[in-house]
Design a protein around this ligand. Structure first.
Ligand SMILES: Nc1ncnc2c1ncn2[C@@H]1O[C@H](COP(=O)(O)OP(=O)(O)OP(=O)(O)O)[C@@H](O)[C@H]1O
Length: 247
């Protein structure tokens, strides 16, 4: 599971044909010296703008590691990893911070600020972006909450919302700034079947409207059908990559 939330903005522009994420011969290791352990092996992958990609596979297969690398949440060590046209293998902290402002994150635990209302949680995401500072960010946050069906809950605190409602606030927070990429790690894990389904269908709808790429890690087979493409990881390797959601 993603543990960190690191906000991000950088000014790269990407052409329509260039993949939003391009991974070439990527390896990753944890630990050092005699304890050094390779957890990703020669990953090659391209993800196009607007695609909803689900990454699945057994526990420990490297999904979260790959997701955190693609989100600029940890440094890539070996190979090439281009996000929105920018090489981030070897990128410094400042470059990673800029990158992270262009990405929305949705976590298993919604990670909302408990001392802020739903509106304030969503507004906080806009406050990280200079381009919104001259706009009515309150109105934008409320409009986004209305879009996710929480127009009546803008002044509620997270503790007074159901699990599904909290996750919808997290979706509003991730998408309100219209990021090009949203990364989601087990977004339905804490939800019942219906709430989980509602949450991913909402993500799918908003992503298609905004032409946003979604990369979603899940063990939840019930949501595979929302994907344009499914990637299967095993033992740190990308085993299958396809669009056949029935397999
Ligand atoms: N910070 C870390 N330090 C050392 N090893 C780690 C670290 N994070 C993950 N690993 C190891 O890397 C491997 C891949 O872990 P990762 O969390 O990416 O798998 P996963 O497929 O996301 O698993 P899950 O589905 O259980 O979340 C595992 O063997 C794990 O123990």
């Amino acid at each position: 599971m993603l543990q960190e939330y690191l906000p991000l903005t950088f000014n790269s522009t990407i052409s329509a044909v260039e993949p939003v994420i391009s991974v070439t011969n990527l390896n990753h290791y944890f630990g050092g010296g005699g304890l050094r352990k390779q957890v990703l092996f020669d990953i090659n992958l391209e993800i196009n703008a607007g695609d909803i990609v689900i990454m699945t596979g057994p526990s420990g297969s490297g999904k979260t590691t790959l997701l955190t690398l693609m989100g600029g949440l940890r440094s890539a060590q070996e190979g090439s990893l281009k996000i929105l046209g920018q090489e981030i293998c070897g990128a410094n902290k400042q470059q990673l911070t800029k990158l992270r402002r262009q990405i929305g994150y949705i976590f298993q635990a919604h990670n909302l600020m408990t001392f802020l209302t739903t509106k304030e949680n969503v507004r906080m995401s806009l406050e990280l972006h200079d381009e919104f500072l001259n706009q009515d960010i309150n109105a934008k946050a409320i409009a986004m909450l209305e879009t996710v069906g929480l127009g009546q809950r803008v002044n509620y605190y997270p503790e007074n919302l159901s699990g599904g409602q909290k996750q919808r606030v997290a979706i509003a927070r991730a998408l309100v700034s219209h990021p090009k990429i949203v990364l989601a790690d087990e977004p339905t894990a804490a939800l019942d079947k219906k709430s989980g389904r509602d949450v991913v269908e909402l993500m799918q709808k908003l992503a298609k409207e905004q032409n946003c790429t979604i990369l979603l890690v899940t063990h939840d087979n019930r949501i595979l059908d929302i994907a344009d493409r499914i990637i299967y990881m095993e033992d740190g390797q990308l085993k299958t990559d396809g669009v056949d959601v029935s397999s």
